[in-house]
Design a protein around this ligand. Structure first.
Ligand code: ADP
Length: 379
C-alpha cells in the first residue's frame, strides 16, 4: 500500500512543527507549507491524501485555499481546517461550505486530531473506491451497449440470410419437383421396376423440403416489429381466417373448434393469424387415434393489460420432459410418420415474444391432451 501523504499547512512554525511530528509518529508522510500559495503549489506537485489547513494565513486565507483545492483538482483530497478559538460560527460554516471535510478548533487534543485525520482518510478512501466502481460500471455499461448493438446487427444479418436463402431455394425446388412429376407421368411403367419408386421418393423429398423452406421463411419473417406498426386486431376474425386456411384438415379430422367472444388485441395481423393457425393445426395433427379433435380457445385479461390465451385440445399430450424443448427450431418429437418441419412452435414463440408476451405449454403427458398458453397485448 502507498504511504499516505499529508500536507501540513500553517504559517506558524511552532504549530506546524508540533503537528508534523505527531502525524509522522503515526506513520504518515508529512510535507509542510508555510503559506497558502506554497500549499497550492505543493498540492499540485505531491497530490496529498489530506491537507491539514490553518485558516488564518498572511497571503491567501485557508478558506480560499480550500475552495481552490476543491474546484481545481479532480482527485479527491480531504481537507481538515484548523482555527483559533476566537473564530465565529459563520467562519466555521463558511469553511465547511467551501468544501472542508472537517473543522477543529485549537487547542486540539493530539488524539482527537489523529482520530479525525483517520476518519477523514477512511471517508476519502470509500469515496475513491466508489468512484472507481462507478467508472468500472460505466465502462462495462458502454461495452454492453456496444455488444448489444453488434448482436442486433448480426441478428438482422442472420435474419436477412435466412429470408433470402429460404426465398431463393424455393425456385429451384419447384423446378425439380415439376420435372419429377413430368417424368413420372410420361414414363410411368416404361422404365425399370424401381424407377417409379425412386421418382416417388424424389417427389416426397421435394414436398418435405418445400415444407421446411416454407417453415424457415415463416420463422425468418416473424421478426420483431415496432409496436408503432401494430394495429388493433379482432381476435375472432384472426381465428376465422386461420380456420379457413385449415379448412381441409378440419373437415378431414372432423375437428370441432370452439371459442366465445374474445377480447381484441394489438399486433401484426398476419403474424397473429400464423400463431393461431400453427397451434390449432398442431392440435389437429397430434390428435388421439380415432378421436376427433376437440379444441377450445379461451382468453382472460391479466393485470398488465395483456390478454392471456389458452388453446386446449384432447390430443396425444406432451410429456413434461419435452415442454421446453418443443419451442426450439427444428425440434420434433415425431418422425416422418407425422408431416412437419419442427419450426411451427419456434415461430409461435418468436411471434409472441416479438409482441412482448410469453408462451408455454401444459400437459400431463401421454393421452392427456395439451393446453398452449400465450399472452398478447390487449387493444
Ligand atoms: P411440427 O412441424 O413437428 O409439428 P412444431 O414446432 O409445431 O413442429 O411442434 C414441435 C413438436 O411439438 C411436434 O413435433 C410435436 O411433437 C409437439 N406438439 C406440438 N403441438 C402439440 C400438440 N397439440 N399435442 C401434442 N404434441 C404437440
Amino acid at each position: 500500500m502507498n504511504p499516505t501523504i499529508i500536507l501540513n499547512v500553517d504559517d506558524h512554525a511552532a504549530g506546524r512543527y508540533a503537528r508534523g511530528r505527531l502525524l509522522r509518529s503515526a506513520g504518515y508522510i508529512v510535507h509542510d507549507a508555510a503559506s497558502g500559495l506554497e500549499a497550492l503549489s505543493k498540492i499540485e506537485a505531491l497530490s496529498p491524501a489530506l491537507v491539514l489547513l490553518d485558516v488564518n494565513m498572511p497571503d491567501i486565507s485557508g478558506l480560499e485555499v480550500c475552495r481552490r483545492i476543491k474546484t481545481a483538482t479532480a482527485r479527491r483530497i480531504a481537507v481538515l481546517q484548523l482555527s483559533a478559538s476566537a473564530i465565529t460560527t459563520e467562519d466555521r460554516v463558511g469553511g465547511l461550505d467551501n468544501g472542508a471535510d472537517g473543522y477543529l478548533i485549537e487547542p486540539v487534543d493530539p488524539e482527537v486530531l489523529l482520530a479525525t485525520v483517520r476518519a477523514l482518510l477512511r471517508i476519502r478512501k470509500a469515496e475513491t473506491d466508489l468512484e472507481l466502481a462507478n467508472s468500472a460500471l460505466a465502462e462495462a455499461n458502454t461495452k454492453l451497449t456496444e455488444l448489444n448493438l453488434s448482436l442486433t446487427h448480426s441478428n438482422e444479418d442472420l435474419q436477412r440470410f435466412a429470408y433470402l436463402a429460404s426465398h431463393d431455394l424455393q425456385e429451384p425446388l419447384k423446378t425439380m419437383s415439376s420435372y419429377a412429376t413430368l417424368v413420372q407421368r410420361r414414363y410411368r411403367g416404361k422404365l425399370d421396376t424401381q424407377a417409379d419408386e425412386f421418382l416417388t421418393h424424389i417427389q416426397q423429398g421435394a414436398i418435405r423440403m418445400s415444407d421446411l423452406i416454407r417453415g424457415l421463411l415463416g420463422y425468418a419473417e416473424a421478426r420483431q416489429q415496432h409496436a408503432a406498426e401494430w394495429k388493433r386486431v379482432n381476435t375472432e376474425d384472426v381465428i376465422a381466417i386461420a380456420l379457413d386456411n385449415l379448412e381441409r384438415s378440419v373437415a378431414k379430422s372432423r375437428a370441432v373448434v370452439t371459442y366465445g367472444q374474445l377480447p381484441a388485441i394489438r399486433g401484426d395481423e398476419l403474424q397473429l393469424t400464423q400463431l393461431f393457425q400453427n397451434i390449432v393445426s398442431n392440435s389437429i395433427k397430434y390428435q388421439r387415434p380415432g378421436e376427433p379433435p376437440r379444441i377450445a380457445i379461451n382468453a382472460t385479461e391479466d393485470a398488465d393489460r395483456l390478454i392471456l390465451f389458452s388453446v386446449t385440445d384432447n390430443g396425444i399430450g406432451i410429456a413434461p420432459a419435452h415442454h421446453k424443448q418443443i419451442f426450439a427450431p427444428f425440434r420434433r418429437l415425431h418422425g416422418h410418420e407425422v408431416p412437419g418441419s419442427g419450426i411451427g412452435l419456434a415461430t409461435c414463440q418468436r411471434i409472441v415474444e416479438g409482441h412482448g408476451g410469453k408462451i408455454w405449454v401444459e400437459s400431463l403427458g401421454e393421452g392427456a391432451g395439451t393446453t398452449f398458453w400465450f399472452s398478447l397485448p390487449g387493444a
